[in-house]
Write a protein that binds this ligand. Structure first.
Ligand code: HAM
Length: 428
């Protein structure tokens, strides 16, 4: 096999053997989102670089190191979207979707981050995101969390836990920011290079440091929940009460700060320890300042995004095999006339029984070879259409699996009804 052309590192093909699971996941996600009244929005994959820098934050890993940014042919700097929240907010503003109205929206598709590829972490990965605008209270935060919890139940995914934190209002964050800077300045000699760089611009991210050498400094830092403003404290308490009344278990993680700058108040992550190091399957929070920051009137927002590669891996571990694309019937034709009329017969059967998965023999071959293909296809029945059947207006049906009875011959106009009952187990 030629190795001349290979996919770009960290960008994966999703092969036919895997796509059934993806479809199961995507269909279930769509159904659950629709059940909560969310509408799909389809967004461009490329946006102006400035949009991401402004929303996600200049001093974040994503903007500093991970964006696929290039000059368009007219010299404008554009970026492959690293996430969907910024584009969604931009689209809502641009099309006036936020004037005196609420919105519940979702999107799906590929995102791009130049990260170090490893299991569960890719350079092209896929997200489904949900964003809700115009609702200021914790009820919508709770609804989004309930929605994600329902999705796990529908998918049979058990090993995920909800982590919750509040970052407070932007004013409280600013005050906490100053406290943190003062604290980290006092321990400056113990900070690693990344943290030194973030000290003034983004000290909250130091709390998130994965460097074991930083553990002590981080552990002794002023705690975020102690610095919440009263409004955020009430919001958080109400959210907790709502989740408790809905029977959703959670853990408070005071070190959960998230890697994007637009968040305030609620932040959450669904995490699992079944996937190794990349255990966050869904993450999000509230971003009440983002719309204003992008030039709109202040409109509160809250949302989440889930990583589909990670969820597919979890689904596979539950033993799910996904939507079954195996044909129900395989049409074997013999002789020139039958071969020609076979196509028309297949089309008539597809008209009559739209759910029937019928694979027609293409590419020639004698009876024996065609039977082998029929058997190989996994179909339950072979339809045999030779010269005799073609001239008599009939078709023979031969069961291929277990004890499904003898071969029969039916008039062509009865074959659809028979197959609907026998292959789809439907009687009408
Ligand atoms: P995020 O935490 O950057 O948030 O990404 C959300 C999820 O996308 C992660 O929890 C993970 O499952 C998946 N993900 C992220 N990066 C990768 C990667 N390199 N490879 C595979 N999966 C990955 C956001 O993107 C926010 N926009 C979420 C949000 C929406 N907040 C409010 N609304």
């Amino acid at each position: 096999m030629s190795k001349q052309y290979q996919a770009i590192r960290g960008m994966n093909d999703i092969l036919p053997s895997e796509s059934a699971l993806w479809q199961t996941l995507e269909t279930t996600v769509r159904e659950v989102l629709a059940a909560y009244g969310y509408h799909e929005i389809r967004l461009p994959i490329v946006e102006k670089t400035e949009l991401f820098a402004r929303s996600i934050g200049e001093i974040t890993d994503i903007v500093e190191k991970e964006m696929y940014t290039f000059a368009d042919r007219n010299g404008e700097s554009v970026t492959l979207r690293p996430e969907g929240t910024a584009g969604c907010a931009r689209a809502c503003l641009e099309h006036g979707l936020l004037h005196n109205q609420t919105q519940r929206l979702w999107y799906a598709g590929p995102m791009f981050r130049y990260e170090k590829p490893q299991k569960g972490r890719y350079r092209q990965f896929h997200q489904v995101g949900a964003e809700a605008y115009g609702m200021v209270g914790p009820d919508i935060d709770a609804e989004l969390i309930c929605l994600s919890a329902r999705l796990w139940r529908r998918l049979g995914i058990r090993d995920v836990a909800l982590q919750l934190n509040s970052l407070g209002s932007s004013a409280a964050r600013a005050a906490y920011h100053d406290r943190l800077v003062a604290y980290f300045e006092s321990r400056r000699a113990e900070l690693d290079e990344d943290s030194q760089r973030r000290l003034y611009a983004n000290p909250l991210r130091i709390l998130d440091s994965k460097n074991p050498a930083m553990r002590m400094v981080v552990a002794e830092a002023p705690s975020l929940p102690d610095h919440l403003d009263p409004e955020s404290r009430v919001h958080f308490e109400e959210l907790r009460a709502l989740l408790e009344s809905a029977g959703i278990a959670y853990q408070i993680n005071p070190r959960l700060v998230r890697g994007l700058d637009y968040y305030c108040k609620t932040v959450f992550e669904w995490v699992t320890d079944t996937l190794g190091a990349q255990g966050t399957v869904c993450a999000g929070g509230r971003y009440d300042g983002l719309i204003e920051q992008l030039g709109g009137q202040p409109v509160p927002g809250v949302g989440f995004a889930m990583g589909l590669e990670r969820l597919v891996a979890m689904l596979a571990a539950t033993g799910h095999s996904g939507v079954d694309p195996t044909p129900h019937v395989f049409l074997i034709t013999a002789g020139e006339a039958a071969r020609r009329r076979g196509l028309a017969l297949a089309e008539r059967l597809r008209d009559q029984v739209p759910a029937l998965r019928l694979r027609m023999n293409c590419g020639g071959g004698g009876f024996k070879a065609q039977f082998r293909r029929a058997d190989h296809s996994g179909a339950r029945f072979a339809l045999i259409f030779g010269e005799d059947e073609a001239s008599a207006g009939t078709v023979a049906i031969k069961p291929l699996r277990e004890a499904q009875g003898e071969q029969i011959t039916l008039p062509q106009d009865q074959a659809g009804t028979w197959l609907r009952a026998a292959a789809l187990d439907e009687t009408s």
